[in-house]
Design a protein around this ligand. Structure first.
Ligand code: R5P
Length: 281
């Protein structure tokens, strides 16, 4: 078995390969002037691990080209599975994007490994997917820090509870209403943060809108300092600038999407799973 690195997960892929003692296949990627992509993989192996977060449309095309180039069995590691927030038909006639992505990927792979896919509903669109939880790693990272962990909405509350129990921290959640893709409203709710350092914890930070609104409320409620942590640092639309400008003091993320804020690595939990499932000695 070898591991195919892609432009979206090179560091994480290298870490996983090192832990598992896998060789990296030689790859060639190109983008033509019109935006079309090109892939060539040199591999003699008959089993392949492909690691690529799905954080852009190019990632999806690239994965498909890699699938076409490879012979033999493929196992896909998609640490961040994009398109998972469109996990239902919110308006009549909408595509259920994650269902379409699932269909496309599962046609070619033996299995898919993700980290904190956005929802159970998204996960149910797959037949061959296993989802890992990085919240314990966030908990470990903050163990020993005197913070109150806050989920910006009820949807993430269970995840934050996991991180908080490992960090041995207090936790609570806020009430959020999404107005549109860029706008959210956080409702007043009494959480005990007066004079405290607060860590907003979420699965994804995308535009940053959720964290910004949550931070405003938390400062109004008397928080002394607000930081944020997430699994997937999508950070679209200058989100990091928005976060720091609204008074967020630090951003911590995992490396499911490789950012300067990726201070926690999911390499070990990925490698442990691969070892359990594919390298049963
Ligand atoms: C929503 O359900 C997710 O858990 C995140 O809260 C959301 O994706 C964050 O998006 P944004 O950063 O654009 O507010």
């Amino acid at each position: 078995m070898d591991l195919i690195l892609t432009p979206s997960s090179p560091m994480l892929g290298k870490r996983v390969a090192e832990i598992l003692g896998l060789k990296l296949a030689k790859t060639h990627f190109k983008k033509f002037p019109d935006g079309e992509l090109y892939v060539r993989v040199e591999s003699d192996e008959s089993n392949h691990l492909v690691i690529s977060s799905i954080n852009s449309n190019d990632d999806i095309i690239l994965i498909n080209l890699i699938f076409d180039a490879l012979k033999g069995d493929i196992f896909l590691i998609a640490p961040y599975m994009g398109y998972a927030r469109q996990d239902r038909e919110f308006l009549e006639g909408e595509a259920v994007s994650i269902r379409a992505v699932a269909k496309m990927l599962e046609e070619r792979v033996e299995g898919i490994l993700t980290v904190n896919i956005h929802s159970e509903r998204a996960k149910e669109k797959f037949r061959k997917l296993f989802d890992l939880d990085a919240m314990p790693l966030i908990g470990e990272h903050f163990r020993g820090r005197d913070v109150v962990m806050i989920s910006p909405d009820k949807g993430s509350a269970e995840r934050v509870k996991v991180a908080a129990s490992i960090a041995n921290a207090d936790w609570d959640w806020l009430e959020k209403k999404r107005i549109d893709a860029q706008t959210v409203e956080i409702f007043p709710k009494n959480v005990e943060v007066n004079g405290k350092t607060v860590l907003i914890v979420d699965d994804i930070i995308s535009t940053g809108g959720t964290v910004v609104e949550a931070a405003k409320k938390l400062y109004e409620l008397g928080a002394k300092r607000v930081e944020c942590a997430c699994v997937h640092a999508v950070l679209a639309d200058f989100a990091a600038v928005k976060l720091f400008s609204c008074g967020i003091e630090d951003i911590v993320a995992t490396d499911t999407i490789e950012r300067i804020f990726s201070k926690i690595s999911v390499a070990k939990i990925i490698a442990d799973h691969i070892r359990r499932v594919y390298q049963k000695a």
